[in-house]
Design a protein around this ligand. Sequence first.
Ligand code: AMP
Length: 622
Amino acid sequence: MSDLIVGIDLGTTNSEVAAYVDGRVRVLGPGETKMLPSCVGLSPDGKLLTGEPARNQQLLYPERTVRSVKRKMGSLENVTLGDKVFSPQEISALILRELAEWASHELDQRVGRAVITVPAYFSDAQRTATREAGMMAGLEVVRILNEPTAASLAYGFRDSARRTVMIYDLGGGTFDVSIVTIEGDITEVLASHGNNQLGGDDFDDLLVKRLEREFHQQHGFWLSNNHQAARARLWWAAEDAKKRLSSEPHVKVREEALVVQDGKPLHLEVEVSRLEYERLILPLVESTLDSVSKALEDAAKKPGDVDAILLVGGSTRTPLVSRLLQERTGLEPRQDVHPDLCVALGAGVLASRLAGHDVERVLVDVSPFSFGPSYLGERGGAQYPHCYRPIIRRNTPLPVTRTESYYTSYARQTEVRLEIFQGDDEDALRNILVGDFLVERLTPVDEPNEVMCRMNLDIDGILHVTAIEKRTGKSKQITITNALQAKSDAEIANARKRIEDLYASREPSFVDYEDEDDMESEPDEGPAAEMETEPASDFQEPAGSNGHVVSMESPEWAETRRSAVEAIQRSRRLLDSMHQEDKEEALELVQKIEAAVASHDSSSLRDAIKTLEELLFFVETV
Ligand code: AMP
């Protein structure tokens, strides 16, 4: 008899199983995602299908397939597949059997006991039905665990402090938000709210409609119910596009010969930007925020009382979700434990503890730092060339690849300098410069030219940064080999403090430039950066222009700025030896230079530098 106990997330859309293996809790199963679609079907020749094969036949044989059976748990509603009738418990039991099979295959051990999770709002009847499903699958259900409690177990929080945590769970077909308090091993659900008819499937539907409209526009042809196969393809394409939009600024959807009309194949080809997609789903995401407010109200808490927001469910990978939540609550939501595996992992933590293992929390490899490029943007109403917003955010599970778009800042610009920083401050100069490179030979065009910056950070801390000119696919790459060991938290804190102190004590105003100079010398001590140029043919980026509008700094500007730094440093050295009149003129010119830098006025900047250099030459030679 083994002491193995597994943790199971029996989800509406997907289900997973986790267990204690080699000293840590892991999700088990074949394939990359380790998720079993919660779908069951009978094929036309009467064979049982579970998971992916059932999901694949769902659009072609809806009468032989069932999904989202979780919604029926605890009810007397039966499920008909072809000519056979099943209770919801029986369908769930088939899913649980498959998961137990996955675990026992991987661990080479019989799986007899399980912790199974349910939503916090599940009634007694629904909990009993879940327990029965476990028994039908041949499992001893040692505990029925609330999903928000499972999520908080995955994150730890086991110390003595009392914490209020919000668990925001947006899956494929359901949405729940729970407010819980955690104290040691006790997790209490204070309030739960949600909508069990809202999730990522609704996002897919909106995208499918968008694709159908596009197809109609391109060919004057509406897809009808007679085009089941074409609709199934659009549905897959939409879900795939949606997922890619979580890490790309735009995606191209291409479906060859979607329909054949009078012997002629009709293709669909369209580009969808994240901006457009976010506009489509905004009302749905906003409706979840109303539930957040209600849950807080029911728990008698204000956003300020919440210590952490945990993101759970695959659809929380949509960047708009965390952005709006952060805007609404002022708190940066956490997603460092894979959102779609978090509940299974938490169930695995409890299962492991019940089996006698001392498990604190789930261990996941995350990036301890944020990374991104600086760009020309606006600060305090003026143009500022060192604006910064990370592309890869701190605590993102590794490996990760994310891409953002930027635009050249003036007509016919052919070069941009990409400076890559580590840190979170929106002023790039207060972060750590980890690498920079020049992207040359861009196509000289009059309109803003889109240059994408793709960042890939792997588990070994190797950061690849690729700049890609969208219209040609030409690219250039830099590799930063030890991005994660670049600076310890303490070093960053020290660097920040140093910069803060210098800012605070600046007098007259030379210090800004000295700081900047310090920053620019960082890569010598920091991570090793190697340059590499990728062959253009490796990249096939679509043409067109979408995404959010930001500009990149030009190399000419960077060069002028460097001359400004040198001139100011020289004047600082000579300040003590100057006559009062020259001193005043030098200080005035420095102020002019500062103003020109802030307003990104390169012609005034060049003039002021030239005059200052002439003055300094005069001071040095007299
Ligand atoms: P869950 O019920 O937690 O398994 O979540 C399933 C939902 O998450 C489905 O609607 C998926 O399409 C969606 N999903 C999975 N990965 C992503 C992603 N990277 N971006 C957006 N949605 C995703």
